[in-house]
Write a protein that binds this ligand. Structure first.
Ligand code: HEM
Length: 433
């Protein structure tokens, strides 16, 4: 229902709010276009394939790396690493060895050809063994290259890669309210292992780290226990630790035209130096602590107005069902149903002017010594350019009512190369070749 209201509530008109956010007419038009792309993609959804069995293998070879638009698995082990060698040859050999091990593990095999128990009695096994007998469990392993792989923070071109750094691959800017811990931020390389069995994901990261001994060292890592997004129309929408459905309005795997527009690095990359990244994507991670104790003592109304959706069905406020379109003009009792400071209002393409593929996981890392859970969302987003993806949305969230309940404690950005094509290909071949 739309009332005679002129668009004002609480003294702030929508036009003025958008102006205050730096989203002018052009931005809104861009947002409209973004929404249009998402809308068109809904038509693509009709061809959506059913979700595979949770124990199946996900193909390792392809034009794009698995683990990006792959229907989000239930568990995550993410690790960021620093390269400790100065030898380019050692780094290249590691990427070749990692590719071979990832190819095997994603097929449900041991990390090495000999395996955990069939090898030489007096030598360490080439697999650690904890996944013996477990199915592939949808394991995907996705690799990414951080800005510091190309040029160190003090400007050193360690591996002769500086000239091949794509222009968008720069450290993320600071955002108001950031409480980042450098010890769990950044990294030269990352490995994202997702699976439907936590032991399979942990086994994958453990073995890749083992193979990398002497060449890389772990900088930080994060376990995630429940996907917070659906990335396929075949999946149910999960709930995050605020108890809300998360991923309803996400980009989806079946959404080809929108993925090309917002997720994959296309043919228009600037200059030939970064051609190696075509078909790849940029990965942004943010460890976001959720202050669950104050959230749990806030009213249902406050929670719903903070998100902009109902807690039960996930419907946009003022609508009836989860997948009803968000309509910012709908009014209830003379007030806009979706508050202008709600998360959905500010994150929606109409107002942010862009879209990202969210693929995050919940975490609980124990408690903080003050009787509070150290819990939250390990936010993962894929986009074709961080500046017009995560950074643009996050800037638009600066008036987000949710900010009262969240703290960003870690941050990283990586360029994920395209997929490994066949048995002779390896992660980063186009970059190092
Ligand atoms: C702990 C932090 C966060 C929580 C609990 C959270 C939760 C949610 C929820 C419940 C929704 C509505 C359901 C949906 O459409 O998926 C949503 C939507 C969304 N969120 Fe977040 N979110 C968080 C952080 C972020 C961040 C950091 C970004 C990006 C900078 C972001 C971007 C989005 C976008 C783009 C949407 C879809 C909006 C739309 O098109 O309607 N979220 N989020």
């Amino acid at each position: 229902m739309t009332g005679p209201d002129d668009g004002r509530r609480g003294g702030l008109s929508r036009r003025r709010l958008l102006g205050a956010l730096g989203v002018g007419t052009a931005g809104v038009l861009a947002g409209g276009a973004a929404g249009g792309a998402l809308g068109r993609a809904t038509a693509d959804d009709a061809a959506g394939a059913p979700a595979p069995s949770p124990t199946d293998a996900v193909p390792f070879h392809g034009a794009h790396q698995a683990g990006i638009v792959t229907p989000a698995q239930d568990r995550l082990h993410f690790v960021a690493l620093d390269v400790t060698t100065d030898s380019r040859d050692e780094l290249v050999q590691l990427l070749r060895d990692w590719t071979a091990a990832a190819r095997r593990m994603t097929a449900g095999q041991d990390a090495g050809e000999v395996g955990a128990v069939a090898g030489e009695r007096y030598a360490p096994p080439d697999d650690t063994g904890e996944a013996i007998g477990l199915p592939p469990s949808g394991l995907t392993i996705t690799v990414g290259f951080g800005p510091t792989l190309f040029t160190t923070a003090d400007g050193v071109d360690r591996f002769g890669l500086a000239a091949r750094r794509p222009a968008p691959l720069v450290e993320l800017p600071a955002f108001p309210g950031d409480q980042l811990d450098p010890a769990i931020s950044g990294g030269d390389l990352c490995l994202q292992a997702c699976a439907n069995d936590p032991q399979v994901a942990v086994h994958a990261v453990r073995n890749l780290v083992r193979i990398g001994a002497g060449v890389v060292s772990v900088r930080w890592s994060q376990l995630g226990f429940g996907r917070t997004s659906s990335t396929s129309t075949g999946q149910d929408t999960p709930r995050n630790l605020f108890g809300f459905k998360d991923g309803t309005a996400n980009l989806k795997a079946e959404n080809g035209s929108a993925l090309d527009r917002f997720v994959w690095v296309g043919d228009d990359v600037e200059g030939t130096a970064a051609e190696w990244l075509r078909g790849g994507s940029y990965l942004v991670t943010r460890r976001i602590r959720m202050l669950v104790e104050p959230w749990d003592s806030s009213s249902l109304d406050e929670q719903q107005r903070t998100i902009g959706r109902t807690k039960g069905s996930g419907a946009p406020l003022g609508q009836r069902a989860e997948f009803d379109p968000v309509d910012f003009t709908t009014q209830v009792d003379g007030e806009f149903a979706v508050p202008e400071t709600s998360h959905v209002f500010l994150a929606h393409p109409t107002n942010s002017g862009t879209a990202i593929l969210r693929r995050g996981y919940s975490f609980v890392d124990g408690s903080d010594g003050l009787g509070r859970l150290d819990a939250g969302l390990f936010f993962i987003a894929f986009q074709r350019d961080p500046a017009t993806g995560f950074v643009q949305v996050q800037r638009n969230l600066r008036l987000d009512a949710m900010n009262e309940y969240v703290r960003h404690t870690s941050s990283a950005v990586f360029a994920c190369p395209p997929g490994v094509r066949d048995a002779d290909d390896w992660w980063g071949r186009a970059l190092f070749g």
